[in-house]
Design a protein around this ligand. Structure first.
Ligand SMILES: *[C@@H]1O[C@H](CO)[C@@H](O)[C@H](O)[C@H]1NC(C)=O
Ligand SMILES: *[C@@H]1O[C@H](CO)[C@@H](O)[C@H](O)[C@H]1NC(C)=O
Ligand SMILES: *[C@@H]1O[C@H](CO)[C@@H](O)[C@H](O)[C@H]1NC(C)=O
Ligand SMILES: *[C@@H]1O[C@H](CO)[C@@H](O)[C@H](O)[C@H]1NC(C)=O
Ligand SMILES: *[C@@H]1O[C@H](CO)[C@@H](O)[C@H](O)[C@H]1NC(C)=O
Ligand SMILES: *[C@@H]1O[C@H](CO)[C@@H](O)[C@H](O)[C@H]1NC(C)=O
Ligand SMILES: *[C@@H]1O[C@H](CO)[C@@H](O)[C@H](O)[C@H]1NC(C)=O
Ligand SMILES: *[C@@H]1O[C@H](CO)[C@@H](O)[C@H](O)[C@H]1NC(C)=O
Length: 906
């Protein structure tokens, strides 16, 4: 159905509203459900089996040695059983019984904390040999959940610091490794006991490298209402600045804790019978009977126009739902009623209330501004407008943006982040603290996270208009970038991937790359050619390889000398690399300081740097007479010196461009675009061939020699791969609009579809639409994830090199040879691979010969950084214990969606 617009009134209840019914915890009819009779509990004793080695971020690939013995699920406790393992003395891992360090049980909740450690491993010696990689290991734990009483309990299960688990024989991959608590699975537990198996995986970046190598996890069950709930209390909304809401966009996060799909019918300001717009699909507005009336002593009315859609949450799904077009009103509270009904139900409407106190701040203080992430959901950043007394040179009208990227595990609205630059209140710039959407900035400020940075930057002009700002304007293409820890790493990402927008940068206590932080030693053994594919999939994030890219940009590095979290080695290495690349940088190592100290962001050197660089008059992009740059993934690389690499020849290898005047030399490059600001109407010589850049500022080498022209023609061309389709499997994250997860309508594929949706929300706060109906591409704009067993719908590419069907999968190599893998010959199979859709969209196919194969494939959906998924992977059963070596084929697609010669096909 089409978009419909409505004019209506929004009534805002000011401070004195009676909002008692709106406390999210009081919405749940728990008292009725659990009165006296029932309770939830975890066992206090747990059976554990371990330890076994695991590589940095390897667990996604399987690599669980117990799978060789049939899997933990099939093993029963046996105090005499021995399992070969590379870590403990005698080379044997054994069962043990441990007590939970803490359990708690009430009628409506239960939790258990486990702390696992092994004294039969000489961790210190292993660390001497293998470094921090040695204190990452894995084990399994088995316990029980007991439900007493007569009734099935609908619960959510939080799994802090856990990557995968199994309840009553059902596997859940994804868990909540960083303890976000955003998308727990919903379980419906019958009275009695339920077995729960938990895979324990230690990760230095999440657990630390210095302390005793224990694995500490928490399982936490909470009873739910069994219907629609707020997944998060309150509303994600902007702050009020100087009497106006800073942005018209807000969102609520909802969870369907029932067993039937739920459709949101409307979201209404309370007491008004007209809906506010939802971002989603299908417009269907039902004007409900009035929600419960509230008494207010004071109200204010504003009118605005908006559109309405409807949103479906399948049973167990968590989704952020956008509320757009809020006016710039002045209020202290917003209050909405959400009207919903069961899909395929009797049409009965139900209501859920949500309110949010608004925070009032000055424009000159860091305040929360919301905007849409290209993934279709609402994100926020903290913005500080230029101070009244900003020390700007006279006549400076458009000020640059100082971007400050936060460290891992921090929210940008936390004072530690948002007030870290208060000591430099008078900078001649805008100051923006982006979130990257999550406390781990999505994917460490890479694909998803950096898209958020750019969306935040691009929202400043809307802010200026919305709040009626009269101060200096913004230049959204002039950035000074800084950040601490993971944000320091994000600063390197900005420097290496957007050099033409950066005036200057100060990376603080950052790491060079995930591989340099915690080494990839101790992955399961594999053919070095496979290592190169996994490693090649991470090329874009290995900053130590990209230090030519910042040439010409002033850089001040800073690192605490005795940092035991991110070793100063990382900054020293990059400092040396910058020097060798001829870049103007300085390195300030602060004696006696560890990873964090109160003024880490405002040492005297940094304060000088911020003042000097925000006042810089350098022309951006800089014109350099001689430079070179390196590209890992053209899909996330901006221009350098006005030159953009559009395509690599082999996606698994870095591309290089050397420029001296108008003479350009390339390695592994297929296409270049030139910025008219710098390169207009010039002739260039590319690899010895002279070309006249006249009408078209693009050159390509697809015909074998360099010519004027582009590698591909139109945005709807499915024969060529371009722009946001480029990169390894993480390219699927460059969606425009919510992901569409398409399954076959059976329970196995529906379970995986829900898992994928949960993981995308948990790790990226992403929104997704789960459906088994045919995907209507005129309605949807997001990337598609197809979840299938047996047959898959045909590719839009007429000659796509990978085919799947009920019998198996075939892959056509770069020379036209067909590599077939059948269930009969090879055993159960899974595959995950990208395919083109029109409009530069992508499809990620997750396929299996059965539910086991599909579950293997679904593990590879991008989630944690550092896993290294290439464009396609075909998995055999043995990947469950051999990891990458158990893949039957894996590698990259070229610009025409052909398998590259660098791929591995067995
Ligand atoms: C577990 O707790 C029980 C009861 O407190 C105690 O008897 C037992 O020794 C503990 N077991 C371990 C392995 O600590
Ligand atoms: C476990 O639950 C109890 C009761 O709700 C709570 O007091 C306690 O803080 C919880 N423990 C943890 C580690 O969350
Ligand atoms: C279970 O249900 C029966 C009948 O419905 C009721 O008599 C009994 O009290 C219930 N027991 C508990 C523990 O709730
Ligand atoms: C909102 O503000 C009111 C009045 O100050 C306060 O009573 C209430 O607890 C606040 N609610 C929340 C969720 O913070
Ligand atoms: C500008 O104002 C801020 C507070 O508004 C103050 O902290 C700062 O010192 C002032 N700077 C100058 C140069 O006056
Ligand atoms: C930038 O240009 C302005 C105006 O031309 C001048 O007053 C100012 O000193 C310059 N700033 C720097 C840092 O060069
Ligand atoms: C690409 O396809 C979309 C949807 O079918 C259409 O709206 C758009 O105009 C097409 N673009 C081009 C350049 O053909
Ligand atoms: C695979 O094996 C089954 C049973 O053994 C047989 O019916 C089927 O034809 C075989 N399929 C292929 C493609 O060989």
């Amino acid at each position: 159905m089409s978009r419909v617009s409505y004019l209506f009134f929004l009534v805002l209840f000011l401070l004195f509203c009676h909002v008692a019914s709106n406390d999210p915890s009081s919405i749940l009819p728990l008292d009725r459900q659990h009165q006296g009779h029932s309770s939830l509990a975890f066992s206090t004793t747990w059976q554990i089996l371990g330890p076994f080695q695991i590589g940095t971020r390897e667990a996604t690939w399987g690599a669980d040695p117990l799978e060789y013995s049939g899997g933990f699920r099939q093993l029963q406790y046996d105090e005499n059983a021995e399992f070969r393992s590379s870590l403990p003395s005698n080379g044997n891992a054994k069962w043990q019984i441990i007590n939970a360090t803490q359990t708690s049980s009430t009628a409506s909740s239960a939790n258990a904390s486990l702390s696992v450690s092994y004294s039969n491993v000489d961790w210190d010696f292993l660390k001497l040999v293998y470094g921090w990689a040695a204190v990452q290991y894995q084990a399994w734990a088995r316990g029980e959940i007991t439900v007493t009483g007569n009734e099935t309990q609908s619960v959510i299960l939080y799994t802090d610091a856990i990557l995968e688990f199994r309840v009553d024989g059902v596997d859940y991959f994804g868990g909540d490794f960083y303890t976000y608590r955003k998308a727990p699975p919903v379980l419906h537990l019958t009275p009695g006991t339920h077995e729960i198996n938990v895979r324990l995986v230690r990760d230095v970046r999440a657990f630390g490298g210095i302390l005793k190598p224990t694995i500490d996890v928490l399982l936490d069950l909470r009873a739910t209402s069994g219907t629609l709930e707020l997944a998060k209390p309150g509303i994600l909304v902007s702050d009020m600045v100087d009497g106006k809401l800073a942005s018209p966009i807000a969102s609520v996060t909802l969870r369907n804790t029932g067993e039937n799909d739920i459709e949101i019918v409307s979201i209404q300001p309370v007491d008004v019978r007209t809906p506010v717009s939802l971002h989603g699909l299908v417009s269907q507005v039902v004007l409900a009977q009035s929600p419960p009336a509230l008494t207010c002593s004071q109200t204010k009315t504003t009118s605005f126009t908006s559109a309405v859609y409807s949103v479906t949450l399948v049973a167990g799904q968590t989704r952020p739902v956008d509320i757009v077009s809020l006016p710039a009103f002045n209020a202290s509270l917003i209050y909405f009623t959400i009207t919903y009904k069961a899909v395929n139900g009797d049409g009965k409407l139900s209501f859920l209330h949500v309110s949010q106190n608004l925070t009032k701040r000055s424009t000159y203080d860091p305040h929360k501004v919301t905007y849409l992430h290209p993934g279709g959901m609402v994100s926020y950043a903290m913005l500080r407008a230029p101070a009244k007394n900003a020390t700007c040179s006279p006549g400076k009208k458009k000020l640059p943006i100082l971007l400050a990227l936060h460290g891992a595990g921090l929210e940008a609205d936390n004072g530690i982040v948002a007030h870290a630059l208060d000591p430099v209140a008078d900078l001649c710039s805008w100051v923006l603290f982006p979130t990257g959407v999550t406390p781990w900035s999505g994917d460490d400020w890479h694909n998803w996270g950096f898209t958020d940075v750019e969306a935040a930057v691009n929202s400043i002009p809307s802010w200026i208009e919305h709040v009626g700002w009269q101060g200096p304007d913004v230049n959204i293409n002039r950035w000074i970038v800084t950040g601490h820890s993971n944000g320091g790493q994000g600063t390197w990402f900005s420097l290496t991937h957007r050099p033409d927008r950066i005036v200057a940068a100060a990376p603080i206590s950052g790491y060079a790359s995930i591989q340099k932080y915690v080494s990839y030693e101790l992955w399961q053994p594999m053919d070095p050619k496979r290592t190169s594919i996994i490693s090649g999939s991470l090329n874009s994030y290995r900053h130590e390889m990209l230090m030519e890219n910042p040439k010409g940009i002033p850089i001040l590095q800073q690192h605490g000398q005795i940092d035991d979290n991110v070793p100063a080695y990382n900054s020293r290495l990059l400092s040396q690399q910058l020097f060798q690349a001829g870049t103007n940088s300085s390195y300030n190592e602060v004696p006696g300081q560890n990873h964090w100290w109160d003024t880490v962001m405002t040492t005297p050197q940094l304060v000088d740097f911020y003042h000097k660089q925000t006042a810089s008059n350098d022309t951006i992009p800089r014109r350099l007479s001689e430079f070179s740059f390196v590209v890992g993934d053209p899909g996330d690389m901006g221009s350098k010196g006005g030159i953009t690499v559009t395509h690599l020849e082999d996606a698994g290898q870095y591309g290089k461009v050397y420029v001296k005047g108008r003479i350009i030399r390339t390695v592994n490059i297929l296409g270049l675009d030139f910025d008219p600001q710098i390169w207009a109407a010039e002739s260039v010589t590319v690899d010895g061939k002279e070309l006249e850049l006249a009408d078209m500022l693009s050159v390509s080498r697809t015909t074998g020699s360099w010519m004027i022209g582009t590698v591909y023609r139109t945005e709807n061309d499915t024969l060529h791969r371009s722009s946001r389709q480029l990169g390894a499997m993480t390219a699927i994250l460059r969606t425009r609009g919510p992901f569409i997860i398409h399954h076959q309508g059976n329970s196995q594929t529906a379970h995986i579809a829900l898992q994928v949706s949960r993981n995308l929300h948990q790790y990226f706060y992403a929104d997704s639409i789960i459906t088994s109906a045919a995907v209507d591409n005129t309605k949807y704009t997001g990337n598609v994830i197809t979840v299938t067993i047996g047959e898959a719908p045909p590719s839009l590419h007429p000659d796509f090199p990978i085919h799947v069907n009920a019998a198996g999968v075939s892959v056509r190599d770069s020379r036209g040879g067909i590599h077939g893998y059948t269930k009969n010959d090879t055993g159960r199979l899974g595959a995950a691979f990208l395919r083109p859709l029109k409009g530069e969209r992508l499809e990620l196919v997750l396929w299996g010969t059965d539910d086991f194969g599909l579950a293997m494939a679904a593990r590879l959906v991008p989630m944690l950084t550092g896993v290294g998924q290439p464009d396609f992977v075909v998995l055999g059963e043995s990947a469950a214990w051999r990891g990458v070596e158990g893949a039957l084929s894996l590698g990259f697609f070229d610009h025409e969606w052909g398998v590259t010669a660098s791929s591995v096909l067995s």
